[in-house]
Ligand binder design. Structure first.
Ligand SMILES: C[S@@+](CC[C@H](N)C(=O)[O-])C[C@H]1O[C@@H](n2cnc3c(N)ncnc32)[C@H](O)[C@@H]1O
Length: 227
């Protein structure tokens, strides 16, 4: 049994070409520094206003916090967590459990920009971040069709649970596949919503994505006695 997390519709993208002449972007952009090439709402807000879906875009900070929480967990250190990041532009990557994510935000942004430019991150011929060549839908289907598994969308609008046991049901033979939105505002796209009707809420509150990542992993660790 393992836990598989898809962090979806994350605001990780290179600055779109048509925005590159905007003064708010030009000011910081340097082709030598990878980190300046990532769209970041905190720096580029005025240039981003007219972008479609702008409320979900330019938020590498959210992915950063989610990844630090997930990859630093005891579950990941035991090799029992599979972690995928899906971007707002439908690119999909899998993180090697052994990758060390920089805590420094600019270094993290540099890593994400390099991941997008080079289509993955390799070290000594091994992928630390692998590109997934099939769509999110197809990847999830691979899991749900080939193994005993349960697909769950985590959302404030789902059925509220009162205990972690309702989330994982103590079934040790199953793989649990969780979908968590890597964005601050707005809701899942139609395509994500259509993946399953199994939608669960873990709190009465709308929580930050990294809190949900952390709790979902902690609940799972408790249900398997992993500390
Ligand atoms: C900041 S929220 C996105 C905003 C949206 N209003 C919402 O509450 O779903 C980021 C992600 O955290 C997860 N999330 C937030 N609150 C949750 C809750 N109470 N139960 C389960 N998942 C939650 C969802 O996956 C959501 O896409």
């Amino acid at each position: 049994m393992s836990l598989i997390i898809f962090l979806v519709e994350c605001g990780i993208e290179l600055i779109p070409k048509r925005l590159r002449e905007h003064p708010a972007i030009k000011r910081n952009l340097s082709m030598k520094n990878y980190y300046t090439q990532l769209l970041d709402n905190a720096l580029h807000y005025s240039a981003m206003k007219k972008l479609k879906n702008s409320e979900k875009r330019g938020r590498p900070d959210i992915s950063h916090l989610c990844l630090l929480n997930a990859l630093g967990s005891p579950l990941n250190k035991m090799g029992k967590l599979q972690l995928f990041l899906h971007t707002i532009n439908n690119k999909l990557f899998e993180f090697n459990p052994e990758i060390r994510i920089a805590k420094n935000f600019n270094r993290f942004k540099g890593l994400m920009a390099k991941m997008l430019i080079d289509n993955g991150i390799k070290f000594e011929n091994e992928f630390l971040i692998s590109p997934i060549k099939i769509s999110l839908n197809e990847k999830i289907k691979e899991f749900t069709e080939s193994k005993d598994s349960e697909l769950i969308i985590l959302s404030r609008r789902g059925k509220l649970i009162s205990s972690y046991r309702e989330l994982y049901k103590g079934d040790s033979s199953k793989n649990y596949i969780l979908i968590i939105g890597g964005f601050q505002k707005s809701s899942f796209s139609e395509e994500i919503h259509n993946l399953t009707k199994n939608i669960i809420s873990i709190s009465n509150e709308s929580l930050n994505a990294w809190i949900v990542v952390s709790r979902a992993i902690t609940f799972y660790e408790i249900s398997l006695n992993i500390y």
